[in-house]
Design a protein around this ligand. Sequence first.
Ligand code: PMP
Length: 433
Amino acid sequence: MTGPLSQKLFAAAKEKTPGGVNSPVRAFRNVGGEPFFVRRAKGSRIEDVDGKTYIDYIGSWGPNILGHAPTVVTNTIHEVAKDGISFGIPNPFEVEMARTICEWVPSVQKVRMCSSGTEATMSAIRLARGFTKRDYIVKFDGCYHGHSDSLLVAAGSGALTHGEPDSAGVPKAFAEKTIVLPYNDVEALEKVFAEQGEQIAAIIVESYPANAGLVFPKPGYLDLLSSITKKHGALLIFDEVMTGFRLGKAGVQGIENLTPDLSCFGKVIGGGLPVGAFGGRADVMDMLAPIGPVYQAGTLSGNPLAMAAGLAQLKHLAGTGGEGAPNGFTRLEQLGAHFEAGLRSMLDAKGMPYRFNRTGSMFCLFFTDREIVNVNDVMKQDLELFKKFFWGCLDKGIYIAPSPYETGFLSLAHTEADLDDTLTVFDEVLKAI
Ligand code: PMP
């Protein structure tokens, strides 16, 4: 149960905003309840309007990698805002952001900024279609790439199908150009490329799928995506909106040593302000307007506050990790490993079935003993147990995602003590269930 002020605000919100929220997951419908409203947040903590505080494991769904309201970012925003908030004319921060992205992610030779992850993936798809002069794209069941028409297609599990829209309002004719495949299934991939490889503009994939639990590629799977696209003249688009600048300077492509043709970013590069970016091969990027035939634009693209906030966050991440950690990414891995070790020993002692996937500061706990290969396995977990777990944790001041399909995030503001306190709560809540 949320507090009285949150309840009052949610009732008022529902009168004027569909479902009371501006993005569906915030309505807490997957856990059968109502959301709390935030008054403020600092470091690893959120305080709600009723004065209750929570240790937060969402971090605004990814952007807040330094924790909430880090001074390096808030100071930058205050300073930069004094000189203006939006110009619609090029500003120097855009040049520095582009240079930084290209330097950190070697596959990106040129980059275009936009205002959300959805815009980044939507534009990358249009660009891939324009570059290859082909219409079909391949995506994977359970991968979320934002809500543009071509990508809002997930199709039935398992089978190799042509897309059915996931949402009313998406014309079937659009969705049909999206081929949905089961993730980690080599045979399905090879079959579709053998049959219609010459019509496929691109594969788009979440570099590590993290929107239907956190799922890892089988060894060699990402290499296959790379080689099969090359062989058939299609492009490989890595959606690193969630993983980019979180799992290391070069994201998953750095970890896996891969060179996608295009990559999409968002979240961490905006320091909590609205941002997206897509970039990659210069010959592909140069197809964009104003020098090429593929149109893409944005009133607030390259916004000085978002660029400066993002740059401040990235510099901090690269520069300081505290004691024993050369940079923020190393420190995040230390925190992640600490959390994982504690969680595993607690759950193993209980003898309960679970799976736990983690990489760096991203993690997902599944209440199932199935091996997690793709979204089919994620759907098989004990959802009723998850709901009880979620509300039990929230009640005791731990905020994990209000859905069993979301990935959790650690930030540099979390401490080992926060993580240990969280595990104590997990233990108590599971005992009570
Ligand atoms: N791609 C991925 C992998 C994402 O996780 C998300 C958002 N969670 C998006 C794209 C869309 O980003 P946005 O919500 O900023 O439009």
